[in-house]
Design a protein around this ligand. Sequence first.
Ligand SMILES: Cc1ncc(C[n+]2csc(CCOP(=O)(O)OP(=O)(O)O)c2C)c(N)n1
Ligand SMILES: [Mg+2]
Length: 796
Amino acid sequence: MIDESAEEFTTLEAIQRRVLWLAVRMVDHANRERENSDGVKVGGHQASSASVVSMMTALYFHYLNRQDRVAVKPHAAPVFHAIQYLMGNLDRSYLTMLRAKGGLQSYPSRTKDPDTIDFSTGSVGLGPAAPLFAATTRRYVDAHFGERPQARYIAMVGDAELDEGNIWEAIADPATQGLGSVMWIVDFNRQSLDRVVPGVRLEQWRGHFESAGWHVVELKYGKKLRRAFEMPGGDALRLWIDEMSNEQYQSLFGLAPADVRARFLEDAPAAVRAFVEGVPDQELADLVTDLGGHDLESLADAFVACDKEGDRPSVIFAYTIKGWGLPMAGNPRNHSALLTAEQIEEFRRSLGLTEETEWDRFDAASKEGILANERREWLHRTPGSPHLDVQVPTHVGIRTAKPMSTQEAFGRIMVDLARDDALRPYLVTTAPDVATSTNLGGFINKVGVFSPVEKRLWSEDPVMKWAEGPQGQHIELGISEMNLFLLLGQLGLSWDLSDQPLVPIGTVYDPFVLRGLDAFIYSVYSGSRFIVAGTPSGVTLAPEGGAHQSTITPSVGMELPNVTYIEPTYGPALDWLLCDAVARIAEGSGDAQTAAPFDDGAYYFRLTTRPIDQAPFASALERLGEPVLRRQVLAGGYRLVDAFQAFSDLTEIKDAGNAVPVVHLAATGAVMPEVLAASQELAEEGIAAHVIDITSADRWYRAWQRTFRQGVRTATTPSVPGALRGAFPDRAPVVTIHDGASHALSWLGSAMGVHAVSLGVDSFGQSGTISDLYGLFDLTPGSIVNAALGALEVQS
Ligand SMILES: Cc1ncc(C[n+]2csc(CCOP(=O)(O)OP(=O)(O)O)c2C)c(N)n1
Ligand SMILES: [Mg+2]
């Protein structure tokens, strides 16, 4: 009888050798053969790739199903592409385009790579967490929209990635508990970039995983070693290997077989010496370096064992060797090492390849070729669509006679959106323990909190109805802004990873956006779309002091690609902007309603708790009419006060033929009352100070950059973009005023070709009242007046 399983593993052995070859050769080609005009090393990671070749082969050619999703360790990108190529999913031309423009990315990228990548990776620690949050998202989707075909969420994790704190924040959060669909495979090569990882780490890590409720598998020995341990005297061998320092053990891998014996037996007890006596050098070297993470059968068995854990995530510590199968194996300095031309030549020869055949796929009729073909078909899937077929309202119609903060308006708009039967099912909110203090309470009262199982409510609260069950639509997280942005990122990719588009909305205290910033970047780099509200923000959080006041976040929002930063002043403007953002996400493209090409990505609303009189907005609405005002609000800003219309004295002076100096006060958000007061004071001094409310400095900046760049590329004179011209019909100096770092708006003068001065918060704040703090940072009406007078002086 033919042992099919043994035969399959023989085929897999041959495949993994070829995967290793292609991955190594891709890096080699990029460094040695591609023309390099920069003098900058191209780089690439042959050793890090080699250590996961076995687990990747076992996954892709044996274990995975179509629905499964995998995060590949950043430095193993060449291995992934080699596998896709061998399966027929990647054109051969890409193999010589690793790290080249338009080619294969250095690290797996959902948005930039030509083959289908489930999760981007690169910033270590975030890649493994992403599938965990994708599984969290799938659990939510299954509970709300019916069960999808079962999927497993798998991550390959570099062992040194486990030093990153976000890993532990992710696994400890109650929202990620009990996910049997998750399997992490730690590439336990005991090496990081700089060094051999101290052996004691494993015990610490095991403890962390176990206390978070994970199933932990230690895959240390391959079959050969395990068989040897069973033999008489095998116990001593096992003890000796287990007790050997990582450093000594690692050093065995770079040695010739005879030297392996000598090094292995240094200080070894007599029983070990006796055991290996008579074993030929080569056999001994193969035996003592036989690690579980390179034994395909052991790997396959471990995966199956994890599948049996239905209600807890699994982690496999797969012992591997960095540089496995290469001359640099186990060398502590091998992280960025590259094989020499001779070593490549030798490797090529050892596989029976030539320069003519080295890039070939397997012969389609060979066992390897047949398996590769079968696996391509088995894993093939058709891409989903991010589009949701719902009509999103242009606004919910927020009205108030009383002063209102943007945070309050946000809460009210969310409640109204929850009343929309068509849209409500797709809304999902999340917050890192700040749902109530960011004003999501009303929304949560309507939709409930998500929990995989119904939970009994032990105390009735007349204000907060925190009902928890599978139908809840708010996912509450512990205090981890990293987790917030990772979850938002995966909720926003749910259309792809769980075949269900969602509209994710998160809230966070604005200063702590920075705490989650790398996960924010990660999520938008991955192409995810979501809404996040940073609130409260600025120094209007006056009594809270410097630790809670945000100043540099506007720049973060402006400068991050695929993020649109929005900071409205008035409730009705937020209403339009928020509904528009929801509509664009639901549409699944950047140009949902306004056909504006300016953004495609996440929306970052910076909101405040300062109540603001809404009457000036009502006046602007009356003056401009809804269609014009709405268009301008969505495009980035509008003229809130036309000084000549607001102050009739100025018109009289002008009509009498006298000069009226004109200045623009361009401001955003909470500081507007001071700006309006300054405009009034300036009018009293015979100066027309128009007030511009910038709703999205980001959109305006991009509009300017677009026209400007067009000018650069076509060598023509750039014009002032239309979006700005509408708000600044006069050519006059500008004062920018912002409850944020002054830098964020300081480009406006250049965009308009006029003199500008910028007021803002450029040092850490302290506790006080809003007027105390605005006094400290020159944001009072008097300071704004002085800045305007100064700007007029310089311009004239
Ligand atoms: C957040 C972050 N910090 C630092 C790096 C630089 N870096 C890349 S790989 C690496 C060591 C990774 O070691 P390990 O995870 O064990 O992977 P191995 O190379 O052993 O496969 C470091 C420090 C990075 N990519 N991301
Ligand atoms: Mg490592």
